[in-house]
Design a protein around this ligand. Structure first.
Ligand SMILES: [Zn+2]
Length: 167
């Protein structure tokens, strides 16, 4: 009997809200991995927030990924081949009037198409202002041909080290 009470006591001491937060956080990291982002934070800052937890991301392959940070577990990511396909869907889902629809078109046009890093295979936003601030605009494995763009100085260094190993 004593054992059982100890166990109960231990359970009482767990802060369940912390545990649940961690689970949610892990699910969002999974979502980010599914879309080939290094972290959920990276996914979020590279996407357009549409309200109610909905986001749209313009992937490197040209597709648009539509996802919800609150319903991710129940609602799968939806992919759209073109901006028009997504627009058509969004008009119905959000019941947008003409003004709102035009606003959405403008927002989508401003949403940058992401690129995939040739080294780590993660998405990155080539227009990210933070990249410009850090002076890491356009890092290429082949600088002459501007081919094989990297997401970060770390990945560029890794590419060089790899080449040295191969040589
Ligand atoms: Zn990278």
């Amino acid at each position: 009997m004593e054992k059982f009470e100890e166990w109960e006591d231990a359970l009482d001491k767990i802060d369940w809200s912390d545990v649940l937060d961690e689970v949610d956080g892990q699910l969002l990291e999974n979502l980010a991995n599914e879309l080939r982002f290094r972290t959920y934070e990276a996914l979020k800052v590279s996407s357009l927030h549409l309200g109610d937890g909905y986001h749209i991301t313009h992937l490197a392959n040209g597709k648009w990924a539509f996802w919800n940070e609150q319903n991710y577990v129940r609602e799968d990511i939806r992919f759209f081949d073109t901006e028009q396909h997504f627009l058509h869907f969004a008009l119905q889902l959000f019941r947008l009037n003409e003004t709102k629809a035009k606003e959405l078109v403008q927002l989508l046009q401003k949403t940058p198409q992401l690129k995939i890093c040739v080294v780590c295979n993660h998405h990155f936003n080539p227009n990210d202002p933070a990249r410009k601030d850090l002076g890491i605009e356009g890092i290429y494995v082949d600088e002459e041909k501007s081919e094989g763009e990297c997401c970060s100085p770390q990945c560029a260094v890794e590419a060089v080290l790899h080449e040295m190993k191969d040589a």
